[in-house]
Ligand binder design. Structure first.
Ligand code: PLP
Length: 397
């Protein structure tokens, strides 16, 4: 998945524009910046490439999520349905907004199970937030229908699926709002950065204000601008945006390499009858940043992960034992360990995750292995990887 592997003069040129002008902030300093507006340019490039009318850059994917909740007016007392399999940022940002993450089972798409979503809707539910994990997408038509039926917002955490599409539209642009992360290991990187995309002008305007202390961004005198609402500082810098501007020019190349590389590895595993693959609602739209497959049970999946590592093939994730992406080891969340007191509303309303039953998710994740697809591999390396992968997985069956 990582765009950082193919860093070259295209990014260096964009970065040098900023380094030479010495204007590192995205707002103001009009004279000194020599015509360079990297954040604005990257937002325009994002709108164009992903087909969204509005894009607001932020300092990270996490702050993009928090900005989204604020822009949608989601806060204290509200519940957001999120999957048990995601990066911790999804629930961290919900708690930071003062809302409740309602963790919900996934299915073999590795994303939210629509039936489980419907079971978890309460009068306080405001939004459903599918997370398009490991490069591919949730069953968006089913989730859209649920949101419509229950009058809920649909927010896409598309941080891991940059460039994936669903029925011809880019994921992240299908719901009321969607986010990408451009952190260092994502499909394209700003080193650190994120974006909120939305089809709604009013939501965009609120996101624009929230990420810059509530500034209304009217006129040319920052100090004289008004603040219709309180906000935060979640701004991206010009330097980070410049890196992203270089990367987005190469995104289609990155995606083509991911798809080629994934296919070669998947073809090798298809020869093993006990291996099955993640279900992908729109296979054509897979961004191919991961190859996710299932073994018959937890024991074989764990053993296969060990064998893959022992064979010298890196990037195999056994998420059931992983600390960051699956409910099983989120002990800090289960024990409500925050550095500061959590609000009484959160404490009384949040389900007790130390006692919750996620056996349906366990059944999926305990059999899953996800292999990160890199883009810098040569064809020779790929061939060897495919052979080693086949041998390692076969050896445990
Ligand atoms: C990376 C990631 C985030 C957070 O992005 P950062 O830019 O690292 O803050 C959120 N959700 C998911 C699913 C991610 O993979």
């Amino acid at each position: 998945m990582p765009g950082y592997e193919l860093y070259d003069d295209i990014e260096r040129k964009e970065l040098m524009d900023v380094i030479q002008s010495g204007v590192f902030m995205r707002y103001g300093f009009d004279g000194a910046r020599g015509g360079h507006w990297k954040a604005k340019e990257l937002e325009a490039a994002i709108c164009e490439r992903f087909g969204t009318p509005y894009a607001q850059l932020t300092s990270s994917g996490t702050t993009a999520l928090h900005t989204t909740f604020a822009a949608l007016g989601i806060g204290a007392g509200d519940e957001i349905i999120v999957p048990t399999f995601t990066f911790v940022a999804s629930f961290e940002s919900i708690l930071m907004a003062g809302a409740i993450p309602v963790l919900t089972d996934i299915n073999e798409t590795l994303c939210l199970d629509p039936k489980a979503v419907e079971n978890n809707i309460t009068p306080r539910t405001k939004a459903v937030m599918p997370v398009h994990m490991c490069g591919s997408m949730a069953d968006l038509n089913a989730l859209k229908a649920i949101c419509k039926k229950h009058n809920l917002l649909l927010i896409e955490d598309a941080c891991q699926a940059i460039g994936a599409t669903y029925q011809g539209k880019c994921v992240g642009t299908i719901g009321d709002a969607g986010c990408f992360s451009f952190d260092y290991v994502k499909t394209m990187t700003c080193a650190e950065g994120g974006v909120v995309m939305t089809p709604h002008a009013d939501i965009y305007k609120r996101a624009d204000q929230y990420q810059d202390h509530g500034h209304d961004h009217i006129g040319n005198d920052r100090g004289a601008e008004l603040h219709p609402y309180m906000g935060m500082n979640y701004r991206i810098s010009e330097l980070h945006a410049a890196l992203g501007l270089g990367q987005i020019k190469k995104l289609d190349h990155f995606l083509a390499l991911q798809r080629r590389n994934k296919k070669i590895l998947a073809d090798a595993l298809k020869a093993i009858p006990q291996v099955t693959f993640r279900s992908i609602p729109d296979p054509e739209g897979d961004s191919a940043s991961f190859l996710s497959f299932f073994l018959p049970d937890a024991a074989t999946a764990r053993a296969a992960t060990q064998a893959i590592k022992a064979a010298g093939v890196d990037g195999a994730f056994y998420y059931f034992d992983n600390n960051w992406h699956y409910i099983r080891n989120w002990h800090h969340l289960k024990q409500r360990k925050a550095m500061m007191p959590l609000s009484p509303g959160i404490l009384s309303q949040m389900p007790d995750y130390s006692k919750a039953d996620f056996s349906a998710s366990d059944h999926v994740i305990s059999r899953n292995i996800s292999l990160a697809i890199k883009i810098g591999w040569t064809e020779d390396e790929l061939k060897q990887r495919a052979e080693k992968l086949y041998a390692a997985v076969s050896s445990v069956l």
